[in-house]
Design a binder for this molecule. Structure first.
Ligand code: DMJ
Length: 634
C-alpha cells in the first residue's frame, strides 16, 4: 500500500510548492529553478530526448554564467542592511554583485521586521517595565480594597465615633468625639478615587461636625489640629477649594470644609491666646473655647510645634492671618531657647516658656518638632532669604546633633539606629528607638532634596555634602525600620525596639523570626510588643521611593502590607491593633486607630502608584499625612 501510494502520488503543483516554501522558508534562485524543473511537465516531456538533454544543459550553464557575471543596475538592499548598520560581514551583497557564495549560503535567520513604532514597545525592557507596572497597579488596588474594608467596618459599627473597635463591633471616642476617623479618612478616599466613601464621609462632616464642635468638651490641641483640622483643609484643597486639585465632585462643596475648619480653629486658638507665653496650653474645651494645661502643667514639645502647617494654610485660604500669627509665635519663641546641639527636651512649660527636664528623644513627644522645622520652611517656599529661614537653620543644626549624639550602630550586624538621652547630655545613652522615630528617614530625605528626586537634585547641583550625608543616613535608618518588621514572627514591628550594643544587651528577647539576619541585633521587651497599625515606616518608604526611585522601598512596603493583611484584618470589617507581634497567632487589641486610614494606607497607596500624584515638591504632608500645598499666598 505504501509503495503503490508513493508511486501514484501526483507531482507537487506550483501552488503546493509555494505553500510549502514561500511563506516560511527563504529559497535561493537555484533551489527554486531546479525544483521547478524537477516538478514541471518539461521534465516529463524532454528527459528521454537527447537533443532535449543537450538544450537543457546549455540552458542551465547559460543561466549560471549570466548570474555570476551580472552587475545590478541599482542598489540592492538586504534585510541586514535594512535592520543593521550595513557593515556586517554577513552581508550577502558586495558592491552590487551577486557572488557564488551568496547563492549557496543559506540566508541568516532574521527577526521579524516591525514598523518603527512597535519596536520600542516590544523590546525586552519594555515588556519588563509593563509587567512591573501592572504588578504595582495590582498591589495598589489591593491597598484600595484594604481601605474600603477598613471603612466598611467603621461605617457598620462605629460611624460618627472617633475610632472603631473591630472585634467587639463598637465605636469609641478616644479623641474628644469629633468623628476623627471620618475626617482622617476623607482625603485618602479622595486620593484613591473612591467617590462612594468620599460622599459618605463628606456628608457626615456636613451634617454633623459643626454641631459636634459647638457641643463637645475637652480635646487635645495637637491631635485635633493634625487629624481633624488637617483632614478638613486637605479635603478642601483636593475638592477644588481655592483652585485646588478638584480630584472629585463627590461630597459637599469645598467651602463646607473650610467653614468648619475655621469654626474649629477659632476655638483651638484659645490654647494660644490663654497662655501666658508663646507656648500653647495642651487642651481646649470646644464648647466654650477655653483652654487648659495638661495635668502636671507641661505641654509636649512635639505637640506645640506641630500645628503650624495647618494654621498657616488656614490663614492663606481664609485671608485671616490670626491663625498663622499665633501658631508661628511658638516657633519664633522656640528659636530663642537653649538647646543641646539643636536637640530639645520633650517637655515645655506654657507658664515659663522654657523647656522642662532633660529627656531628649526623637520618639514620642519629641518626633514631629524636627519634622515641622523643615516642613514649615518648605511650605513657605524654601527660601534662604525668607522670614522662616531660621527654621531651616534649626533643622540643620538638629540633624547634626542627631548624627553626633544619637546615631549608633548595633552589634553584631551594624544596623544604624537613633537612640535617646533620657537624662540629657551628661546622662547615659539609651539604645531605645520608638517606632515613631521611623518618620525620620522620610524627613531626612525630604530635607536633603527639598522634594525633588535625588537624580534631579544632583543634576541641579542642589545637594550639599551634608544633604548627601543626610540622604545616606535616611537610607540606613529606613533599612533599620524595615528590619524592625522583618525580625518578628508576624512581620510587623513592635511599638519600641532596643538595639544590642557593646554596652547594652539582653538575652531571650528576640522578635521571633529566626531566619532574620538581625535577630541578635534587635531586642524587644515584653511591654513593647504591641503594634498600633502605625504609619511611620511606610511613610518613610514612600518618601524614599519618590526621592531615590529605588524599587526596594516598594518591595519593603509590600512585605509590610502583606503582614498587615495577614494578621490585622478582621473579617467582619476593619483592621485591629495587636498585643504581641512576636507571637503567632498574635493576640488582638480591638482597636483601629484613625491613622491607619489617614496615613498608613494612604502612604502605601501612594508608594505603589504614580509619582506624579501629590508630588513632593508641590505639597507637604502634615504629620497625619494630610497633603497641604506649598508656596502660600499671604
Ligand atoms: C499620628 O497621629 C501622627 O503621625 C503623629 O505625628 C504621630 N502619631 C501618629 C501615628 O503614629
Amino acid at each position: 500500500m505504501i509503495g503503490s501510494g508513493m508511486s501514484k502520488r501526483l507531482p507537487y503543483t506550483n501552488k503546493d510548492v509555494d505553500y510549502d516554501n514561500a511563506k516560511f522558508r527563504h529559497r535561493s534562485f537555484i533551489q527554486a529553478f531546479t525544483q521547478s524543473l524537477a516538478t514541471s511537465n518539461l521534465k516529463r516531456d524532454c528527459t528521454s530526448c537527447s537533443t532535449g538533454k543537450f538544450l537543457l544543459l546549455l540552458l542551465v550553464f547559460g543561466l549560471a554564467y549570466v548570474m555570476l557575471t551580472h552587475t545590478s543596475p541599482g542598489p540592492i538592499v538586504s534585510d541586514n542592511q535594512a535592520i543593521g548598520d550595513g557593515k556586517s560581514e554577513n552581508n550577502l551583497i558586495t558592491k552590487g554583485r551577486i557572488t557564488l557564495k551568496s547563492l549557496l549560503r543559506r540566508p541568516p535567520r532574521l527577526p521579524p521586521r516591525l514598523p518603527p513604532d512597535s519596536k520600542s514597545s516590544s523590546n525586552k525592557i519594555g515588556h519588563v517595565n509593563q509587567d512591573v507596572g501592572s504588578v504595582w497597579t495590582t498591589r495598589q488596588k489591593k491597598v484600595k480594597d484594604a481601605f474600603i474594608h477598613a471603612w466598611s467596618g467603621y461605617k457598620s459599627y462605629a460611624m460618627g465615633f472617633d475610632e472603631l473597635m473591630p472585634l467587639s463591633h463598637h465605636g469609641v471616642d478616644g479623641l474628644g468625639g469629633l468623628g476623627a476617623t471620618v475626617v482622617d479618612a476623607l482625603d485618602t478616599a479622595m486620593i484613591m478615587g473612591i467617590d462612594e466613601v468620599t460622599a459618605e464621609a463628606g456628608s457626615w462632616v456636613e451634617a454633623h461636625l459643626a454641631k459636634r464642635i459647638s457641643e463637645k468638651g475637652q480635646v487635645n490641641l495637637f491631635e485635633t489640629t493634625i487629624r481633624v483640622l488637617g483632614g478638613l483643609l486637605s479635603a478642601y484643597h483636593l475638592r477644588g477649594g481655592e483652585k485646588g486639585m478638584n480630584l472629585t465632585n463627590a461630597g459637599p462643596e469645598p467651602d463646607v470644609y473650610l467653614d468648619i475648619a475655621k469654626n474649629l480653629a477659632d476655638r483651638l486658638l484659645s490654647a494660644f491666646t490663654s497662655s501666658p507665653t508663646s507656648i500653647p496650653l495642651s487642651d481646649v474645651i470646644l464648647r466654650d473655647s477655653s483652654a487648659h494645661p495638661a495635668p502636671g502643667g507641661l505641654s509636649s514639645t512635639s505637640e506645640v510645634s506641630t500645628v503650624q502647617l495647618e494654621f498657616n494654610y488656614l490663614s492663606s485660604v481664609s485671608g485671616d492671618q490670626k491663625y498663622s500669627v499665633e501658631a508661628m509665635k511658638t516657633l519664633d519663641h522656640m528659636k530663642t531657647l537653649p538647646k543641646v546641639e539643636g536637640l530639645v527636651p520633650i517637655y515645655i512649660s506654657p507658664h515659663s516658656g522654657q523647656f522642662s527636664g532633660e529627656n531628649i528623644r526623637l520618639g514620642s513627644r519629641g518626633d514631629s518638632y524636627y519634622e515641622y522645622l523643615i516642613k514649615v520652611w518648605l511650605q513657605s517656599g524654601a527660601s534662604h532669604e525668607s522670614n522662616t529661614s531660621y527654621l531651616y537653620k534649626m533643622y540643620v543644626e538638629a540633624m547634626k546633633g542627631v548624627k553626633h549624639l544619637l546615631v549608633r550602630k548595633s552589634i553584631p550586624n551594624g544596623l544604624v539606629f537613633v537612640g535617646e538621652l533620657p537624662n540629657g547630655l551628661n546622662g547615659g545613652f539609651s539604645p531605645k528607638m520608638d517606632h515613631l522615630v521611623c518618620f525620620l528617614p522620610g524627613t531626612l530625605a525630604l530635607g536633603a532634596t527639598k522634594g525633588l528626586t535625588k537624580e534631579k537634585a544632583m543634576l541641579n547641583n542642589a545637594l550639599s555634602f551634608e544633604d548627601i550625608e543626610n540622604l545616606k543616613l535616611a537610607e540606613d535608618l529606613a533599612k533599620t525600620c524595615f528590619e524592625m518588621y522583618s525580625v518578628t514572627s508576624t512581620g510587623l514591628a513592635p511599638e519600641i525596639a532596643y538595639f544590642h550594643t557593646e554596652e547594652f544587651s539582653e538575652q531571650g528577647l528576640e522578635g521571633g523570626n529566626k531566619s532574620s539576619e538581625y535577630v541578635n541585633d534587635i531586642i524587644i521587651k515584653p511591654a513593647d510588643r504591641h503594634n498600633l497599625l502605625r504609619p511611620e515606616t511606610v511613610e518613610s518608604l514612600f518618601v524614599l521611593y519618590r526621592i531615590t526611585e529605588d524599587p526596594k522601598y516598594r518591595e519593603w512596603g509590600w512585605q509590610i502590607f502583606k503582614a498587615f493583611e495577614k494578621y490585622t484584618r478582621v473579617e467582619t470589617g476593619g483592621y485591629t491593633s495587636l498585643d504581641d507581634v512576636t507571637y503567632v497567632p498574635p493576640s488582638k487589641r480591638d482597636k483601629m486607630e484613625t491613622f491607619f486610614l489617614g496615613e498608613t494606607l494612604k502612604y502605601l497607596y501612594l508608594l505603589f502608584g504614580d509619582s506624579s500624584v501629590v508630588p513632593l515638591d508641590k505639597f507637604v504632608f502634615n504629620t497625619e499625612a494630610h497633603p497641604i500645598p506649598i508656596n502660600l499666598k499671604k
